[in-house]
Write a protein that binds this ligand. Structure first.
Ligand code: HSE
Length: 291
């Protein structure tokens, strides 16, 4: 038996659609695996009732198939599904690390990224790696067609999750398929700023680089109360605010001592829009680990 704690993650970070991701110090899934003749899945915890236990429909089933590693897989969800915090990716990354070790497959964490991303395709229709990469490697990650780069970083964050779920599959439908050269120039500048900010663990620079006019406004329009929550977070001291992954989670970066106020301001703004929300005061964190 192997047990892994796999962290929540936030993908895109505004300017880095399908490329940037960060691991969060909390919340996390706990994934346990035991050898078996065929794969079975048992899910408990946050939002477990919404997660299929059929291996053909669950993200970890795809991972077990890809590693040819049948197992009884128990997932205790700390990361709520359809919240924008990489819930399916946490389970997929945890299962990939645990099964790789259980069956002695000898793959590196970098080599496990595309395998865990197969699980994402089951859930969202696309094998995007921007959640599984930070869930496996930790820190700030950049997923590109020719691989993944990662750096350790230390940035204070608040992740606020309204209760109304949004499926990644649906949220991918609203993403524009073309950009203008002006939008490309602005995006490159913002993304580069964000990456430098992560390298320096500088929340102000990260916040400035989160700006995005290409994808984020379309995703934000799906989230009741997003504009008010983002304004409230900025008034409470956030350097930058964006949609976390495909939403409905909202991610704010702020000075460490402003996290409590930013979290409270976002929860209150959502409440004023009739949305119950929960906020996590968190930091960028490490990747999945054996427990
Ligand atoms: N990059 C993906 C998307 C992340 O935005 O659709 C989903 O969490």
């Amino acid at each position: 038996m192997r047990t892994v704690r796999a962290p929540a993650t936030s993908a895109n970070l505004g300017s880095g659609y399908d490329s940037f991701g960060v691991a969060l110090s909390r919340p996390a899934d706990i994934v346990s695996v035991e050898r078996a003749d065929r794969t079975t899945i048992e899910v408990t915890g946050a939002g477990a009732q919404f997660i299929p236990e059929d291996p053909a429909k669950n993200t970890v089933g795809a991972v077990a198939r890809a590693l040819d590693a049948p197992a009884h897989i128990k997932i205790d969800k700390g990361v709520r599904p359809a919240s924008g915090l990489g819930s399916s990716a946490a389970s997929a990354a945890g299962a990939a690390l645990a099964l790789n070790d259980l069956y002695d497959r000898g793959l590196t964490r970098e080599e496990l990224v595309p395998i865990a991303a197969e699980g994402e395709a089951v859930v969202s229709g696309a094998a995007h790696a921007d959640n599984v990469a930070p869930a496996l490697l930790g820190g700030f990650t950049i997923a590109t067609a020719d691989g993944v780069r990662s750096i350790e970083t230390n940035v204070p964050l608040v992740a606020c999750l309204p209760e109304e779920p949004i499926s990644t599959r649906d949220a991918r439908e609203v993403v524009p398929t073309h950009v203008t050269i002006e939008e490309l120039v602005a995006t490159v500048g913002n993304a580069a700023t964000l990456a430098v900010g992560m390298c320096r663990s500088d929340p102000a620079l990260v916040g400035a680089g989160m700006a995005d006019e290409v994808v984020t406004p379309h995703r934000a329009a799906l989230i009741t109360g997003y504009d008010d929550a983002a304004d409230a977070a900025r008034e409470a001291g956030a350097h930058g605010v964006t949609v976390s992954g495909s939403g409905p989670g909202v991610l704010a970066v702020c000075p460490p001592d402003r996290r409590r106020d930013v979290a409270a301001a976002m929860v209150e703004a959502f409440a004023e829009n009739g949305e119950r929300a929960r906020a996590y005061r968190t930091w960028t964190g490490g990747g999945a680990e054996f427990v």
